[in-house]
Design a protein around this ligand. Sequence first.
Ligand code: ZN
Length: 362
Amino acid sequence: MCGVTPYDSGHMGHAFTFSIFDVLVRFLESQNQRVKYVQNITDVDDPLFERAKRDGVDWRELADRETKVHIRDMTALGWRPPDVMPRVSEEIPGIVSAATRLHSRGYAYKTDALYFDTATYPGYGRLSHRTRRSMLRKLREEGLLGKVGPDAKRDALDFPLWRRSLENEPEWPSKFGEGRPGWHIECSVMAMRYLGPQIDIHGGGRDLQFSHHESERAQSESLTGKKPFARAWMHTGMVRYGGHKMSKSRGNLVKVSQALQRAPAAAVRLYLVSHRYGHDWEFTWAGMARYTKLVDRLHRLLVTDRAQANPGRALMAEFNAALSDDLDTPRAVRALRAALAAKDAAAARAMLAILAGTASLT
Ligand code: ZN
């Protein structure tokens, strides 16, 4: 799971992604599947360095502070913590060694930086179903296009594995000169170190599908020769607010802490996961308030009925069928409402344990 770049405290877009994956992990574990959950912290990344420079703080201090905010928010939202949360800044030797191997095997070339040669990977673009033109357009929009030329990239789609650091940025030694890793290689190396050459499920926000995951897949499969790198990719949709995608650049963020001031944590969680993971949706305060009401009613049911009866079989079967169907969380939330309507406290408790984790009902 691609985690946060820790430079601005978590907003509902992040919380949506991590809550959805929390439901996935908890559901798999409830079905007796053993899960090893790795979520990285991207603490070597352009936006983090830009923010540290703007605010005149050390990048490490900023990263530490914002990583704590992320963990605090998600703990309040009741997640099952990842088994490993590697930080890029502590994984540099593995990254240098992967870049070196890609270079010595002919998948990368060195000019002003060390670039991955996308021409060596035939399926580049297939993961995100994009044409070359559409890939170039997205890179341009994100300011990642870079320069093509004899002292730069050979092709606009190529991306840096290792590059020179700017002033105020950290740098590490490597055979390609002092510098720092490119973004994509960081995730390949961390994923493979903790999960092996092939992984079952790779998650992240849909904005990462191209270029991040496309590039991660190309370099990982080039490194190991094993396909596929990830057996399933799960991308979460974007959360809008006031008609636009919630983003730091636009400034229309609803922070997790703001939501938690207005509703019990379980209501925030249920509101988030009442949306289908791959779809975009619009955050509204009125929408969240409906889940405050639902959580109040659930709380009353659970405190008045503490009997350890078995949950209704039909209700649980419907709930499990919903989550087995490509993690249909809206349908699972409807099953929770049905358990409430049937006053089946045991079923409601079991469903809440997956949909809301340990998030508080009050
Ligand atoms: Zn990543």
